[in-house]
Write a protein that binds this ligand. Structure first.
Ligand code: BES
Ligand code: MN
Ligand code: ZN
Length: 460
């Protein structure tokens, strides 16, 4: 007998219905389906879903409203709703898409859940990659972002400084390279005095991890990420509400690792270096104190005005190390200030660079890949707010004004050799779910930086 070849069941079409195409789309439906849509009062409002019956009583097709956003030009991640709201099954999108890649990515990212401590029934919703999508690349990007989300969502009891370091080693290993790590008191010998000072009170020692990957002849790109696994504020202890979410204070590290993961998976033609300073900002007898003065790797002395401004301290030493290599591009990512949220809210991280052309490229790429950011100025006159009576700089600005800008100006002092330095002050967290962005950790700006670099290398 010849072998039976069973072709897989065809996927269920998801029909993109917008304000302009809806009447034509409705007219083309089979009469019972059209009657069903009418009886249900379907309107193509953004995100509206209606399952239409097929001839066998199953789901024949799905109407998916996109409002006036034909082709999902403005809200490409609206497809994230499909992952959470459709019944189990295999689907395909039907209609014109502004970006098949982003429509697919939104769907994949919308399906993310943090399941380490609470298992969830698999939803069983699968989407055929839309025509024109670079499926393998998009899937690699989604996997990298989800790994970043997992890191941020993992609480500090299970993501100690040792655990975050292990995650960096694992990422390096996955891409065939080995990371170097300097731990605890060795940080003093290796001249990372600020990382040591911030992290020395924790039961889990501070450290800095560093790996390189890629083409030695290609442009040098260095990514640095703030890896504070928990931020109590130190002796300037945070009040309860402000401390509650501080497991996410390694969101910058997660973003740097996510960007690196994407760049390595997509084989970017760059000479990549990743540097992650990792500490827990704890309260203990050995804690650094307000009023302490420390040298830094760069040589600049720093007076501690507030132990809760710890991120900029560990970044100062990490950026100084990065700068010694004279990279073409030096990016840093950090959940650095509450002031950034006051200025721009949780969804729009500020970024800082002196290069106007590059700033335009960054803002544009952020919009293009739905990873938006907004430029704030490195306003030189505010540098004076960081003056200290006894040291070369204070770690906090006097007066409490322009917190995100003064933090950026602080970091800027530790970079003198890199051709471009770009700092992202991210929130690292989605406070309430949006399509493709479930509530929880979010490695903001990672996809944008990866896309920007791939574009610059002519690989987009
Ligand atoms: N990790 C915080 C910043 C933060 C707070 C980010 C809340 C996202 C949400 C950082 O270490 C910090 O505590 N910054 C202080 C600086 C201040 C002491 C100058 C802040 O923003 O209040
Ligand atoms: Mn802090
Ligand atoms: Zn912090």
């Amino acid at each position: 007998m010849p072998k039976q070849t069973s072709s897989p069941a065809p996927s269920i079409p998801v029909l993109l219905a917008d304000d302009a195409n809806w009447s034509t789309l409705a007219a083309a439906l089979a009469a019972p389906a059209r009657a069903f849509a009418e009886a249900n009062g379907f309107q193509p409002k953004p995100g509206r879903l209606l399952m239409l019956p097929g001839s066998n009583g199953g789901i024949g097709s799905v109407l998916f409203g996109t409002g006036n956003d034909a082709g999902l030009r403005d809200v490409p991640f609206l497809t994230g709703k499909l992952a959470t709201d459709l019944p189990a099954g295999r689907y395909r999108l039907e209609g014109t898409l502004a970006s098949p890649d982003l429509a697919y990515l939104g769907f994949l990212l919308g399906g993310y859940r943090f399941t380490r401590y609470k298992t969830a029934e698999p939803r069983g919703v699968v989407l055929d990659p839309p025509a024109g999508a670079r499926a393998a690349d998009v899937e690699a990007i989604a996997a990298a972002v989800m790994a970043g989300r997992d890191l941020i969502n993992t609480p500090a009891n299970d993501l100690t400084t040792t655990d975050l370091a292990a995650a960096v080693h694992a990422l390096a290993k996955k891409h065939g390279v080995v990371a170097k790590e300097i731990i605890g008191d060795d940080l003093l010998k290796a001249n990372f005095p600020l990382i040591h000072a911030v992290g020395r009170a924790s039961a889990f020692p501070p450290r800095i991890i560093d790996f390189r990957w890629g083409d030695l002849e290609a442009p040098k790109v260095t990514l640095v990420g703030k890896g504070v696994v928990f931020d109590t504020g130190g002796l300037n202890l945070k009040p309860d509400a402000s401390m509650l979410l501080m497991k996410k204070d390694m969101g910058g590290a997660a973003a740097a690792l996510t960007a690196a993961n994407i760049l390595m998976s997509l084989k970017a033609r760059i000479n990549l270096r990743v540097i992650i300073p990792i500490v827990e900002n704890s309260v203990a007898g050995a804690a650094f104190r307000p009023g302490d003065i420390y040298p830094s790797r760069k040589g600049i002395t720093v007076e501690i005005g507030n132990t809760d401004a710890e991120g900029r301290l560990i970044l100062a030493d990490a950026l100084a190390l990065a700068d010694e290599d004279k990279p073409e591009y030096l990016f840093d990512f950090a959940t650095l200030t509450g002031a950034a949220r006051v200025a721009l809210g949780p969804d729009l991280p500020p970024f800082f660079t002196e290069d106007d052309t590059l700033a335009t490229d960054i803002a544009r790429t952020g919009l293009t890949v739905s990873d938006p950011v907004w430029r704030l100025p490195l306003w030189k006159p505010y540098q004076a707010m960081l003056d200290s009576k006894s040291a070369e700089m204070n770690n906090v600005g006097s007066g409490g004004f322009a917190g995100s800008i003064t933090a950026a100006l602080f970091l800027r002092r530790f970079v003198t050799e890199a051709r471009h330095h770009i700092h992202f002050d991210i929130y690292g967290w989605v406070p309430s779910a949006k399509p493709g962005r479930p509530e929880g950790g979010d490695p903001q700006a990672a996809r944008l930086v990866a896309a920007l670099l791939l574009e610059k290398m002519g690989q987009d």
